[in-house]
Design a protein around this ligand. Structure first.
Ligand code: HSE
Length: 320
């Protein structure tokens, strides 16, 4: 990241009062079966946020939609923490803030809601600091990953499409790929939540070598299947690294995924669960998968047929 004010020779941060930005961030599904902590897909289902800098020392937060009445409305709000962290990393004092959030991404369901909140904060800060600090794509991914812990949700939330994310000694990196037009994602969302921390605690420290080789082969195949050969998606979404270790914490998810896969649908746990992602090859396959889940489920599941988002998070400067 570069200090544009310093580069311009002033070295002084201009007042940000009056600045206003609008941010839009997609939901994401991480892992996609074998690609644990690595692969992620951006989905056309969005949280939206407006952030402005008022001329008074306040922190005002309004939340509409998902999370209204539940999430904190103070400095511990995840979007505010992400804005504060980005300003700190940029070396600029945090100004007063007013936030208005319109949330649609379900919380605690494996659809990247915390990653979306973090990316919303990072992008809002980037917009507020336009002309003061320039952020590279690697800067944005690094700052978001510092808060999220792993890059597989924040990479597609930031950049859209299918992302491969990996970690280097210099920080996280990503490669964005376009998904084959035939891929028709379907997300099935249960009423109950799942804690990512609990899901991660169920995994062993080490895995058998043959299971690691199994996942290396399926992950490589999955990239080819998603960008070029959707007919390989059922085999390409097999996994031995995380889903069966976590199954006891989400038995209905596990049972429905087995039923969907037995019927030929490439179904996987979305992120840490408990939602299910079906990487269908056409809209009629989505209808079949929805009918199967309606017939087999013991509880209510919401079906969200979603397009792939190819743009990633956007920020628009609304006013100066
Ligand atoms: N890769 C992560 C996991 C995604 O499965 O734990 C959820 O944040």
């Amino acid at each position: 990241m570069t200090d544009a004010a310093a580069t311009a020779g002033t070295g002084v941060t201009p007042s940000l009062v009056g600045r206003r930005v609008q941010v839009k961030v997609p939901a994401t599904s991480a892992n996609l079966g074998p690609g644990f902590d690595t692969l992620g897909l951006a989905l056309a289902h969005y949280d939206e946020l407006e952030v402005s800098v008022p001329d008074a020392p306040v922190l005002e937060i309004e939340v509409h939609g998902v999370g209204a009445g539940e999430v904190p409305l103070d400095a511990s709000h995840l979007v505010v923490r992400a804005i504060a962290h980005t300003f700190e990393r940029a070396g600029v004092p945090l100004p007063a803030l007013k936030l208005v959030a319109h949330n649609r991404i379900p919380h605690g369901r494996g659809l990247g809601s915390s990653g979306a909140a973090i990316v919303a904060g990072v992008m809002a800060a980037r917009g507020l600091l336009e002309g003061v600090v320039d952020f590279t794509p690697d800067d944005l991914l690094e700052i978001a990953t510092e808060l999220e812990g792993h890059p597989d949700n924040v990479a597609p939330a930031l950049f859209g499409g299918l992302t491969i994310a990996w970690v280097t000694p210099e920080g996280p990196r990503h490669k964005k790929l376009m998904v084959h037009r035939g891929v028709s994602p379907l997300v099935l969302v249960p009423e109950h939540e799942m804690s990512t921390a609990l899901a991660r605690s169920l995994q062993p420290e080490s895995v058998p070598h043959e299971d690691a080789v199994f996942n290396v082969s399926r992950s490589a195949l999955l990239v080819a299947a998603l960008i070029q050969s959707p007919e390989l998606l059922l085999q390409a979404t097999e996994d031995k690294l995380h889903q069966h270790y976590r199954a006891e914490a989400m038995p209905e998810t596990d049972r429905l995924i087995r039923a969907l896969r037995a019927a030929g649908h490439p179904a996987v746990v979305s992120g840490a669960g408990p939602s299910i992602l079906v990487l269908a090859s056409d809209p009629s396959e989505r209808a079949d998968a929805i009918a199967l889940v309606e017939a087999a489920a013991d509880t209510e599941w919401q079906a969200l047929p979603l397009a792939v988002d190819f743009k990633g998070a956007t920020v628009v400067n609304a006013e100066r």
